[in-house]
Structures are given as C-alpha cells and as structure tokens.
Design a protein around this ligand. Structure first.
Ligand SMILES: Cc1cc2nc3c(=O)[nH]c(=O)nc-3n(C[C@H](O)[C@H](O)[C@H](O)COP(=O)(O)O)c2cc1C
Length: 470
C-alpha cells in the first residue's frame, strides 16, 4: 500500500446502518475513505426490502450481483411492495450460529454485497467496510459478499483480529477459510467456524484482496497484530476512549480491571509510528487543528465518527438527528461511557437525551437478532449461544452468572430501532439507544448560520480547511 494516495480522512464505520452506503458514497466521492458498517447487514438489507426498497436501490444492486438466481431468491423472500404495515413485524432471519444454513449464508453475502456495491457505484473513490471482532459468526460470508462488490478496505476493531489478513488472502483465491471462535466453558473448550465460497457460490470470478486496517487502542495491540497476524496488516486506526460505539476496556492496574479510564489509557503514538505502517488517529479529531496534530505525530490523517453520524447522509433518521442537534444547542445533551450496557462487556458510549432514562425502564428483555450472542460450551460438550441481555431465566439456564446480566441492554434491537427498523412485538417497539463519541457535545459547530442540519461535505470542508474545498 503506497502512502502517497492515502486519504487524510476516514469516515469511521458506525454500526449497524448508521454508516450506510449513502454516507460512505458521499465521503468516497470527495476522495476520502468512506466506510459502510458491515454489522448485521443481512437483517438491515432484509428490513429495507420489507420497507419497500425506496428508490429501488437494493433491486439495482442485486441486478449487478454476479449470480442472479441467488439474488432473486433473497429479493423475493423479503421484498414487500410499498413496504410492510407499520404494526406488522419484520420477517426475521435466523440468529447466527456456527453452522448457518445455506439461505442465511446467502443473505449475509448479499447484504454485504449490496451495501458495498451502492457505496462504490458511479465514482472511482475507495470504500471500506467495518466489522467488529466481537461479532464473529457472520464475518466470513460477510467479507466474501463485500469482496464480490470490490471492497477496497476491511477495518476491524473490538478485539484482536489476527486471523483476518489470512482470511482476506484466502478468500481472494476462493479458498476455504476458517477461524477460531471465542468460547467460555471448561478448560480446553474450543470451537471454530469455516466458510468455503465454492460451496455457496455457483461460479468464480477474480477478486482483489482488500487492504486491512486494524482498529486498535494500544501500542501493545498494534505490535501483537503485526507479530501474530496470519497475513499482512496494512495499517492501523488508533482509537482513544472518547470515540463512539464500543471502546476498548481500560487497562488493568496491577492485574485488576479498572472501571474508569485514566492516564494509563493514553496511547503511545510514537511507538505506533515506529512500527512503520500507515495510521490514522480517532476520537475527537474532527477539526483542522486536530488533523494537523495527527499528521505532526506521523499519522496519515484522522478517522471521524460522531461528526458524520449526525450529518444529512447518516443512517440515523432526520428527526433523531434533529433532536440531538437541538439538545446539543440547548446544552441538555449528555454522553457517558456505560460499562454495563453492552452484553459484550466492553464499555459503550451512550448519548443521554432528556427522555432516555424513561425509555430504558420500558425495555423488555428479548433476544431475536442474536449478533452479540457468545458461545458457551458445557462440561458434556454442548454448544450454547447466550447473550447477557436476553431474558434472565434463559441466560441462567445456559450456565450464565446473574451478575453478568445486570444493566445490559439489547444493542441489536435498540440499534435497529435507531436506524428506523424497529422490530414490532405486540405493538411494542424496542426503544432507541443512541451511541456517539464525546464529540457529540460540540457537533453544532458544523451548522452554518441559521441552518438546522449539515452535510458530510460540511464536515470534510471544515476538517480540511478552505484550501481543499470541492
Ligand atoms: C454512532 C457510532 C457508531 C459506531 N460504531 C462503530 C462500529 O460499529 N465499529 C467501529 O469500529 N467503530 C464504531 N464507531 C467508532 C467510529 O468508527 C470512530 O472511530 C469514532 O467515532 C471516532 O471518534 P469521533 O466520534 O470522536 O470522531 C462508532 C461511532 C459512532 C459515533
């Protein structure tokens, strides 16, 4: 990867559906790296189809999928002309498991293909896709779908994805790829999953191996990624704990997990620069001064999330964005790092609007999307899938501990609600959770005089300064 043509701004992946194809496309057209979220794209695209596929974008993308029958099967299963009724539930996909059925693998491939295809359509800019290492089971077929659409970059954080570079090498050659899965259970318990593209796809075509950027929050993880990866790591996004979404947990102090961030969590950028790989800094870097600061430390540029999350092209619906911007102006918005909300156990940034505490109390415990389920192996070698946000009795029956469930939220359903696709159950819609970085307290700086919203162009212009405007 030559550093000459690398973009100074990466629009960070924001799952699920917040960094949608419309946002990534806009950013890529400006010569920056636009990134779609690869999280839950099987369900996101299936729900968009059930909402009537406004503009026919998904149909157009599917028409460009190289294997027509597969594309049509998916379309026919989920498309609802003019959209389903509001009070009707969405037709669901099965929850991810180690051995997924053929239709589910197809849905994962197609969902990822569609989002990348649309982001890349009609321009020559580069597009990336973001996955979370914590959501392991859908990753192999998802990456294949993104590669079939010619994705240029794969970015992955929230874990130590040492196996991904080798997976990218293998899939580019249409080889069977596998990965070890995180499991809990008796000593020695293990599980793995594999994906053979030739068993699912009815033909072969040349594929490019995307660049791989690991999202890391410490120089130790960066070094480990280089040393232990199964192939080439092409660069790093170095994300601090002010960033939106999941954050890396605070470092341990004398072997004990700290429950707040401190000076110990300051990342040694000079140590990362010495590794000789291109890198971008993330976490409150959306200004020309911070871009310069990043470059002065040897970075190619910056990765930006929050500023893009609340712009016109974001997957967050206009009314929610407006509420955030209004509360930002009024000074009533709050942001905190919730150490309990995410069933992954990772800290998760949550935006608190005036009515948010009420919404949380109304939540019913359900688990029907299952992206964040973890794998637990019993003494007698049964494989169980469980999520600390599911109904408590279900979790306890699966050998879960009661203190793991306290304060957990169903991020899968809440984030689907955030992007306007809430599941409907007996008239009950899952309440929205909004995640953002600490920068959400200052996003009104992108509003021009008298405007009530701003665009991805405004964000890019602001960060780059006047000289590089379109
Ligand atoms: C709404 C939202 C969702 C996010 N989701 C993800 C995600 O799914 N995966 C990921 O790697 N980073 C995620 N992030 C982090 C961003 O990609 C980015 O690194 C970070 O927000 C940069 O900090 P900033 O928000 O101060 O610009 C998310 C950020 C936001 C604001």
């Amino acid at each position: 990867m030559t550093t000459m043509c690398l973009p100074p701004i990466i629009q960070g992946g924001m799952g699920a559906g917040v960094s949608c194809w419309k946002l990534a496309k806009k950013v890529s057209e400006r010569g920056m790296l636009g990134v779609v979220s690869g999280t839950a794209l099987d369900s996101v695209v299936a729900r968009r189809l059930q909402d009537g596929d406004e503009g026919g974008h998904i149909r157009r993308a599917l028409d460009n999928f190289p294997f027509k029958e597969m594309a049509n099967r998916f379309y026919e299963k989920f498309f609802v002309e003019n959209g389903k009724k509001l009070e009707e539930a969405y037709k669901a996909l099965p929850m991810p498991t180690i051995k997924m059925n053929h239709n589910h693998l197809e849905a994962l491939i197609l969902g990822n293909f569609v989002e990348v295809f649309l982001a890349k359509e009609g321009h020559k800019g580069v597009v990336g896709i973001n996955y979370l290492e914590k959501i392991q089971l859908p990753n192999l077929p998802s990456i294949m779908g993104a590669m079939l659409a010619g994705v240029d970059y794969v970015l992955m954080g929230a874990g130590l994805p040492t196996y991904i570079p080798g997976v990218l090498d293998g899939l580019a050659k249409w080889e069977k790829v596998s990965m070890k899965l995180h499991v809990t259970g008796p000593k020695g318990a293990s599980a793995s999953t594999s994906f053979d593209p030739t068993k699912i796809l009815p033909g072969k075509l040349p594929l490019q191996r995307p660049n791989f950027l690991a999202i890391i929050s410490s120089e130790i993880v960066a070094k480990t990624m280089i040393k232990r990866s199964s192939g080439e790591v092409n660069g790093f996004v170095v994300e601090n704990h002010t960033a939106g979404g999941h954050n890396a947990p605070p470092r341990k102090v004398k072997g004990v997990q700290a429950d707040a961030f401190s000076d110990k969590d300051t990342i040694k950028i000079d140590a990362i620069a010495k590794l000789g790989k291109p890198f971008w800094l993330a976490g409150k870097f959306a200004s020309p001064e911070k871009l310069k600061e990043a470059k002065d430390q040897g970075a190619i540029g910056v990765q930006i999330g929050t500023a893009f999350a609340f712009c016109d092209q974001s997957g967050i619906p206009a009314e929610t964005r407006k509420e955030v911007l209004d509360q930002c102006k009024a000074g009533t918005i709050k942001i905190d790092t919730d150490f309990r909300a995410s069933p992954t156990g990772y800290p998760f940034k949550v935006v608190r609007l005036d009515d948010a505490p009420k919404a949380h109390k109304k939540r019913q415990r359900v688990c029907d999307l299952g992206y964040l389920r973890s794998i637990h192996i019993t003494e007698d070698e049964h494989t169980l899938y469980r999520c600390a946000s599911e109904p408590i009795d279900h979790y306890l029956k699966k050998e879960g501990e009661v203190d793991e469930v306290l304060g957990r939220q169903c991020l899968c359903n809440a984030l689907m609600s955030l992007i306007g696709h809430p599941q409907v159950r007996d008239g009950y819609n899952e309440p929205v959770i909004i995640t953002a970085g600490s920068d959400v307290l200052e996003v009104v700086r992108f509003l021009k005089d008298g405007d009530s919203s701003y665009s991805a162009d405004d964000v890019i212009d602001y960060i780059l300064g006047e000289s590089t405007k379109k």
